[in-house]
Design a binder for this molecule. Structure first.
Ligand code: FDA
Length: 454
């Protein structure tokens, strides 16, 4: 067999944005690295592919203006950005199936419902302002807020179902991609705090502001290029021996002896690795309380962006549609028009019980409710299904079950001996986003450099 055995200062497990950021920082500090990646490509949840002649971003793609860590990396790599198309009117479909066009952030609902929504957003903004996204468990009401689901919390605030459904949507379907009964009000506040405020989440032009020309996967691709031969593809790490001496990481073809390890994989995959000795009981327990959300990202490409001719921006929302949100996702300089829609949690489960043909019909039917009959006839149709990806197992990222954040959050990022943890799923600012992955990469690299030098 071709088993290579090498020595480095640090072994990085996972060539996503987090692992590659850490590896580059370490290299710059004069610390040698090897990156072991299970897939035959780098980028993890960032993946650009050409399907039916059109470039599609199958994973993460948008950049928002407060994501400094990502913005700095994009600039440093010499990449260019462009704005999401947003001219014209957005559409909202209410509980009875009626469509209304609107501009601005607040959905066009009855005046009483609008008042409830605005009050809830204000109240959530105040609570979020009391939270340090790096220490959500220190919020003055953390214990109580982590015991109640976000859905139950909303029902305690108002009897207006449409208002509650809409506010739930911004965190549940649109971000954590779990039903709002499946995570706590504290976890919801963390999601908002990690993006600066609840108001920011409501503002699609903020959250989904810019894209990278040529696709966001270029960030990990260019970071990996700088590391050259120190990135090993097709090398799932199977075991990690660790102790006072350091670590030995064993993948299918490479064994790396190092002083420290960066585990830069989603936390739901930690248990795929045999730790010798086993991780401590706290980690064994804590990691079981984190799980991936689930969303289908649907790409529909047309010969032209026909909705623009009707004065529509392409931005569409409804908590009552199987595609709860959709946008104009036309590529930079492309004549074709692309729509992207999202189908979250229970809807995604239900649709994956159907045949591919039926699923496509149901999803395009939903898009046609927003954009009209023409939406039913794309020239290219594709569903990103991260649930089938062995090395991801869901989308967008992981969150705690009820009570888990308050119980375990403070220990989540703590290193275990020479093993350091970095992933977007562990971030404060930029949580669940590429920005958070990069922040976590910088953080563990600086911790390791300090240790190596002391
Ligand atoms: P990531 O999961 O990317 O990397 C982990 C790497 O470890 C993977 O390459 C994996 O193959 C590897 N690995 C796993 N186990 C291993 C093992 N045992 N041995 C070796 N390697 C192993 N974010 C955003 O900012 N804007 C957006 O618009 C979106 N939209 C979006 C859409 C969709 C469909 C998805 C799936 C995700 C997003 N996101 C997003 C989220 C964003 O993509 C995500 O948070 C980061 O890319 C995660 O980067 P990490 O490096 O933390 O993990």
């Amino acid at each position: 067999s071709m088993m290579a055995e090498i020595n480095r200062d640090v072994v990085v497990v996972g060539a996503g944005a987090a692992g590659l950021t850490a590896a580059n920082d370490l290299r710059k500090a004069g610390v040698s690295v090897a990156v072991l990646e299970s897939r035959d490509r780098v980028g993890g949840r960032l993946w650009t592919d050409v399907i039916g002649g059109t470039m599609l971003e199958l994973g993460g793609q948008w950049v928002s203006p407060d994501q400094d860590a990502l913005i700095d990396t994009v600039a440093e790599l010499g990449l260019e950005t462009f704005s999401r198309y947003r001219e014209g009117e957005s559409v909202y479909i209410g509980p009875g199936g009626s469509l209304t066009r609107f501009t601005g952030d607040i959905f066009p609902v009855a005046p009483e419902t609008e008042k409830v929504m605005v009050d809830l957003i204000d109240r959530l903004d105040v609570m979020v302002a009391q939270m340090d996204p790096d220490r959500p468990w220190e919020h003055p009401d953390a214990g109580a807020l982590d015991r109640v689901s976000f859905e139950a919390w909303l029902r305690q605030q108002t009897d207006d179902e449409e208002a509650a459904d809409n506010i739930a949507l911004f965190i549940a379907g649109a971000m954590l991609t779990k039903p709002p009964h499946a995570f706590s009000a504290l976890q919801a506040l963390l999601m908002a705090a990690s993006a600066g405020s609840f108001t920011n989440l409501v503002d699609a032009d903020f959250i989904l502001d810019k894209r990278v020309v040529g696709g966001l996967q270029q960030v990990p691709l260019l970071l990996a290029e700088r590391l050259g031969d120190d990135v090993f593809l097709g090398q799932p790490v199977r075991s990690l021996e660790w102790g006072a001496h350091g670590v030995t990481a064993v993948s299918d073809g490479v064994t790396v002896h190092a002083r420290a390890a960066v585990l830069a994989v989603p936390p739901v995959l930690y248990s795929r690795i045999s730790f010798v000795p086993a991780l401590p009981r706290l980690q064994h327990q804590m990691h079981q309380h984190l799980s991936m959300g689930f969303v289908i990202k649907v790409h529909a490409v047309y010969d032209r962006p026909f909705w623009r001719e009707q004065g529509l921006s392409g931005t569409a929302f409804s908590p009552y549609e199987i595609s709860h949100e959709a946008y104009d996702n036309t590529n930079h300089g492309d004549e074709r028009g692309t729509l992207v829609g999202f189908v979250s949690d229970r809807h995604a489960d239900d649709l994956f019980r159907l045949s591919a043909t039926e699923r496509k019909e149901r999803i395009l039917e939903s898009l046609s409710h927003y954009y009209g009959e023409e939406a039913k006839s794309p020239v290219v149709y594709y569903e990103s299904d991260w649930g089938t990806e062995e090395w991801t197992r869901g989308a967008y990222a992981a969150s705690f079950d009820l009570g888990g954040l308050h119980r375990y959050g403070a220990d989540l990022r703590t290193a275990v001996g020479p093993i350091h943890f970095a992933c977007s799923d562990l971030a404060g600012a930029g949580y669940q986003h590429v920005d958070g992955a990069i922040r976590m990469g910088h953080l563990v690299a600086s911790q390791i450099v300090e240790q190596v030098r002391s």
